[in-house]
Design a protein around this ligand. Structure first.
Ligand code: LLP
Length: 428
């Protein structure tokens, strides 16, 4: 049996490769751990999503959710494809702008922001989606030209509870019952142009979810539009488009998702006499997740009452399994034909019992020195990593148009103490 590998990664004579680059050799050469990203895959992901919507609805716009992987090169690839950016902090706005995305193509959807952070967004002229009415009041004397709120359409959904972002008791957005009041209050402060945003949850593979959520959302927009006599410049449905993490898992049917989303929007427009707004999406995961693998080395194998495959990839680099119980497919990159031999936990070097990147998985007999590859390492991996236990973040390389480029240097020891100051009295 040969280990399964996700496209665009390939099995070249039992070794993992990307566009003829042998990833085991690359890891040996560049150092371990190493994050390897495919430029082509990011472009392919963008085009697939863009085409699915654009052929059905011309007023369509993509803003890449920078939080998923805020690397300048990655953002620039998506900018070249036509993406704007969705940012959650002023710092993400700065990164997106450094990657060449102009402020008028950036949306800012902060949660519990300081007044100064909202002011930063207003000064730069980015679109702001206020998360709550009091957040708008903080800047009522200097509102942006287009006032938009993040709403909670009352329905949420995501791969697991930790990544559901709407529905009952959600941390985000304004509940349905208060949405009209929010816009009415903005009108009182002089607002004349409006937008609306939502984000119901992440990593959804079932198109029916998008049907249910956008039905509720566009209906809400229509009601508000009619009741207050306002038009929306844009209606933003957030991200959430899922990708398979397991062998055999069915991909999200983007054609079906786009069809029902656009139908729901058009139905609401005609039902409530609403002008067709720009339909906006903010994908993160679906742009980058499957474009990258994290390569690491097996450093120890411990087999007593349980088998632990010790590696140099732990929760410091890949937090998702420890944080949410998320699954990532892992293979032995230097020998893809090795047969699975038993159940193991794949663990890192962190002083925590939850430091597992694979739990109770069937795995081949691993040996010290083997190279492992963790798939779906593009989204929420680098961006959620930490220096815990003194681990330095690894280099990130892009396999792209012009060959192999380093897009982030590995950290060095001095990075760990950067900004720390030793008071005089502690120096002796
Ligand atoms: N827009 C907003 C306002 C968001 O909060 C998010 C993600 C996105 C867009 C992008 O959603 P995506 O297309 O990636 O589903 N750390 C978690 C995912 C949390 C998502 C939070 N918001 C994980 O590792 O699965």
């Amino acid at each position: 049996m040969t280990a399964f590998v996700f496209h665009p990664f390939e099995n070249h004579n039992g070794r993992l490769a990307l566009e003829n680059v042998d990833l085991v050799d690359l890891s040996d050469k560049m150092g371990s751990p190493l994050l390897v990203v495919s430029e082509n895959k990011i472009r392919e992901n963008y085009r697939k999503l863009d085409q699915a919507f654009r052929k059905r609805y011309g007023k369509f716009s993509i803003r890449y959710a920078v939080k998923s992987y805020p690397n300048l090169a990655v953002i620039s690839i998506l900018r070249q494809e036509g993406a704007g950016a969705d940012c959650s902090t002023p710092e993400e706005i700065k990164i997106a702008n450094m990657a060449g995305i102009p402020h008028n193509r950036i949306a800012f959807t902060p949660n519990n922001a300081h007044k100064s952070e909202l002011q930063y967004g207003i000064e730069k002229g980015v679109a702001i989606n206020f998360d709550d009415i009091p957040q708008m009041r903080l800047v009522k004397d200097q509102l942006p030209e287009v006032v938009s709120f993040r709403v909670n359409p009352g329905v949420g959904g995501g791969e697991f509870p930790g990544i559901v972002t709407a529905g009952p008791k959600a941390k985000f957005g304004i509940p349905v019952s208060l949405v009209a009041a929010a816009f009415r209050e903005a009108m009182k402060y002089g607002a004349k142009k409006f937008g609306m945003q939502m984000m119901a949850g992440s990593n959804v593979l079932d198109w029916n979810h998008f049907d249910a959520v956008t039905k509720a959302y566009f209906d809400l927009a229509g009601k508000v539009s009619k009741e207050l006599g306002i038009q929306f410049q844009y209606l933003d449905i957030g991200g959430g488009f899922g990708v398979p993490y397991r062998e055999g898992q069915k991909e999200l049917d983007l054609e079906k998702a786009a069809t029902c989303i656009v139908d729901n929007l058009r139905n609401a427009c005609s039902k409530y006499d609403m002008e067709e707004p720009v339909l906006m999406v903010e994908p993160g995961r679906s742009m980058v997740s499957n474009s990258a693998v994290l390569l690491g080395k097996v450093t120890n194998v411990k087999s007593y009452d349980k088998t632990f495959v010790g590696t140099d990839i732990g929760m410091n680099l890949l937090l998702r399994p420890a944080l949410y119980g998320a699954f990532h497919h892992i293979v032995i990159a230097n020998d893809l034909s090795r047969e699975p031999s038993g159940e193991v936990d794949i663990v890192g070097q962190i002083c925590e019992s939850t430091d597992k990147i694979g739990k109770d998985i069937m795995f081949p007999k691993a040996e010290v020195g083997d190279t492992i590859a963790v798939f779906n390492a593009g989204a929420y991996v680098s961006s959620m990593s930490s220096n815990y236990n003194g681990h330095l973040s690894p280099a990130e390389v892009l396999v792209g148009k012009t060959g192999i480029s380093i897009i982030k240097n590995a950290e060095t020891s001095s990075d760990l103490v950067k900004g720390m100051i030793m008071p005089e009295h502690l120096k002796n």
